[in-house]
Design a binder for this molecule. Structure first.
Ligand code: HEC
Ligand code: HEC
Length: 438
């Protein structure tokens, strides 16, 4: 196992061997856990503020959030949510993919279904039903689901007054003031404004002109399918409350504490600033991969899914994402992997590299794509621009090697630290040094 605790600005040689070993041991004890699931043991590393960098909510906030986005309690269980989103209406087509392992920051086998609503009065709403599993066979047979996390892009409670969403979000009042005041300039700078520029700039279009907003729902995996206020993403089983539970990867931010004001979440708008994430086959894994992802042992080989099996559904999913409120970075990436605007190709170009990264292709393929890209289509999208890296190499160094907050998921951080081909931390440090010494 590699640790990079001392590979910040000071050089390793200034530390004696004992210090280095002591630090290494401490880091190992603090950040690595060995766990066993479905017969395999593997070590997991936990970044600082795992999945919390864009805020943390509590039970009262989650309840207020649901009350705001579903004021008439029409979606308090999974079946009602599916009904409300047109999954049961024969006029709609359910697009489905299963038996793939989301190997970026998620670390689950998945089944995803999407409906682009065609019912009169609901045209253009988009809903995704996502189920997480620990093994491939479970995702193929829909057994032992770990969690059900759904999203819809549909009119918010104030859809007629959608132009107010900005002020509505600010009305939440608690989100910036309560951000942990712990450390560094990076976060202070954020508070002082560039976070809001990101959001108000042309990067993210929060709610559509039609007042549609991104909405998050979590449901119990048991027969009642009752709506839940929280979920967890990894072996720590830490419950994170909605909507902040989804922000680290899907964007959006607030750090709200109940009691919430009577008008509800974000001034009664339900607006979070979050987006849908796109489907990049290069961050998905399949049982036939070498090495295969965890959780493949029990699948009869004939039942296995391959990349080719999900390709058609993924293209439809990506078309669905384009119908929501994608950032311009998401749009560019979807266009890029399908050969341009209008998505002329049916299959993804697995060799695609954004023009911006052509001169740093190895860094893009080795680090940016597998470890940073999907989250950063939603948050701090400057992290996807090579020119930003060139000028702000120290920001990247700080986020990854000093604060140890990035990649911000346990799955992503673990893969990043354990990677060997390439050794991502080493590749990243080498590049940052080059950029700094230009
Ligand atoms: C650790 C990162 C992470 C977190 C946290 C996360 N998601 Fe996602 N989610 C993803 C990724 C990546 C995708 C893209 C598809 C895939 O990889 O399977 C996605 C896709 C989805 C989709 C399909 C629609 C889309 O955006 O493409 C739904 C629905 C969804 N997530 C729901 C949720 C909900 C609800 C929460 C919070 C309770 C949540 N997610 C939190 C990473 C995350
Ligand atoms: C699980 C999602 C996730 C992953 C993976 C991730 N990030 Fe982040 N990152 C975020 C979020 C959310 C923020 C904004 C919160 C903050 O300011 O700390 C952020 C902030 C940052 C910032 C601060 C940006 C600024 O303008 O100051 C840097 C730098 C950064 N990430 C770099 C990276 C790099 C490099 C990688 C890949 C090695 C990476 N991140 C992977 C979610 C992620």
């Amino acid at each position: 196992m590699k640790t990079y605790s001392n590979m910040g600005k000071e050089s390793r040689s200034t530390l004696n061997f004992k210090q280095v070993m002591a630090t290494r041991l401490a880091v190992i004890m603090v950040t690595a856990f060995c766990i066993t699931a479905t017969g395999t043991t593997w070590a997991q590393h936990v970044p600082n503020k795992p999945l919390k960098v864009n805020g943390v909510d509590d039970l009262g906030v989650a309840e207020s959030y649901y009350k705001t986005i579903d004021p008439n309690d029409e979606k308090t269980n999974l079946e009602d949510w599916r009904e409300a989103n047109g999954f049961n209406d024969p006029i709609n087509t359910i697009v489905e993919a299963k038996g793939f392992y989301s190997n970026g920051d998620v670390g689950f086998w998945r089944l995803i279904q999407m409906v682009i609503d065609e019912r009169p009065g609901f045209e253009g709403n988009v809903a995704f039903h996502t189920v997480n599993y620990n093994t491939e066979i479970d995702s193929l047979t829909d057994q032992n689901a770990v969690s059900i996390i759904n999203m819809e892009y549909s009119p918010g409670p104030m859809s007629v007054a959608s132009n107010n969403t900005r002020s509505g979000r600010d009305a939440i009042g608690t989100r910036d003031e309560d951000r942990e005041d712990d450390h560094d300039d990076r976060h202070k700078r954020k508070r002082e404004g560039d976070r809001d520029e990101d959001r108000n700039g042309d990067s993210t279009t929060n709610s559509g002109a039609d007042g549609r907003i991104t909405q998050f729902y979590v449901f119990d995996t048991g027969p009642t399918g009752i709506r839940l206020p929280s979920t967890s993403y990894d072996f720590r089983n830490e419950q994170l409350f909605l909507p902040a539970a989804c922000f680290a990867c899907h964007g959006g931010d607030d750090n709200a504490k109940s009691p919430m004001p009577p008008e509800g979440y974000a001034g009664g708008t339900g607006e979070t600033g979050a987006i849908f994430l796109f489907y990049d086959l290069r961050i998905m894994a399949f049982a036939d991969d070498n090495p295969p992802p965890r959780g493949t042992a029990d699948t009869p080989p004939d039942n296995r899914m391959t990349l080719a099996d999900v390709e058609a559904a993924f293209k439809k999913f990506n078309e669905g994402v384009l119908l929501t409120n994608p950032t311009k970075e998401t749009i560019a990436l979807i266009n890029g992997i399908y050969g341009g605007e209008g998505l002329p190709n049916d299959t993804q170009n697995l060799d695609y590299i954004p023009v911006d990264w052509m001169t740093e292709a190895a860094l893009y393929r080795g680090v940016v794509l597998p470890s940073c890209e999907n989250c950063h289509t939603a948050a701090e999208t400057e992290v996807l621009r090579l020119d930003w890296w060139m000028n702000e190499a120290d920001e990247v160094r700080e986020a990854v090697f000093e604060d140890k907050e990035m990649p911000n998921s346990v799955t992503g951080y673990t893969r990043f630290l354990e990677s060997t081909n390439p050794d991502q931390p080493a590749m990243l440090l080498e590049a940052l040094n080059r950029f700094r010494n230009r």
